[in-house]
Design a protein around this ligand. Sequence first.
Ligand code: ADP
Length: 359
Amino acid sequence: MSGQPAAVPTAAIEFRGARAVYPDGTVAVDGLDLHVRAHELLVLVGPSGCGKSTTLRMVNRLVPLAAGQVLVGGQDVAAGDPVALRRRIGYVIQHAGLFPHRTVAANVGTVPTLLGWPRERVRARTAEMLELVGLPPSTYGRRYPHQLSGGEQQRVGVARALAADPPVLLMDEPFGAVDPIGRRRLQEEFWRIQRAVGTTVIFVTHDVDEAVRLGDRIVVMGHGGHPEQVTDAVTLLAHPVPGMVTDFVGAGRAARLLPITEVELGDLVAPLGGPASPGGHDDDAGPTLRLGDRLDAALAALVVRDVVDVTDGTAMVGRLTADGVLRALRRVIDRAPDDEDDEDNRNGEGRDGAGGAGR
Ligand code: ADP
């Protein structure tokens, strides 16, 4: 599903000294400089009240700028009509914000209809979007929002936000109200969808696990919308900047690396072409792993037995032990560059962070 982003409209987003002040005088964002690359899924994470939502809402002008600029695709969002701007920018919020008296299909087709697309094109696009988010249109198209689970409503929210092919998608705690299992599934599916469509995304969360699962890069925000560290997931976990970022990322850093680190050949023991089952348990078909499986799956397998066979999909290529998991963790920590300022926040259009492991 990946590898086609250049074909769709997408845009970089640039904050230049962006400042937001609420009418009561609260300075929510105090001079933010940040470059979001085209095609990138950038996560803003930080404690409640640090200015994440305000940052997002400056892009679609739900919050006006007191100073500075926000550029989308090189164009100043302050120029032109805010309503037209919002139709060009997808926006997904926590409780989806669906229109309760409109069917699912009508919700998804809202912006294309407002943009004057012919009915047949709206219908085709709506069906395509519902398929994309895993809701077959024949089953779900005619339902109303109250006939959906919370997770399904969020899927419709994503489908609606993407329906008019916006160059930019803003997501504010979109899965925050969904139960943990449904939330995990939504994260995985959304990650795949974003890869497929290539839309530039700014995703707000206060959940570090969600940030490291989703983000090409992650901005850890401090008070006043200050970017304390801008980096990929592995570097953030391996080398958090001392102080606020380290406190926020927390003591469970190594554990958080498990689901984003792959088993590699160098982590294995036993020579290539060894026996199919270790330790003389030839008749014991225990769990096996593949190269590229994540360390969380590897640990789950190692709970069942001390040594687990690893294949490349066809042949066994070695065996993994608990030591191998530690080796893998040390490997990614050693490989992650020390994060000397946010050099990678200056420019560049590539979407491969050092993390790049996929999810
Ligand atoms: P976050 O999304 O990180 O939780 P917000 O961007 O919502 O943070 O808020 C940043 C700061 O702005 C906080 O101090 C918050 O209390 C304040 N704030 C948010 N909305 C308003 C508002 N409508 N009026 C006044 N202050 C606000």
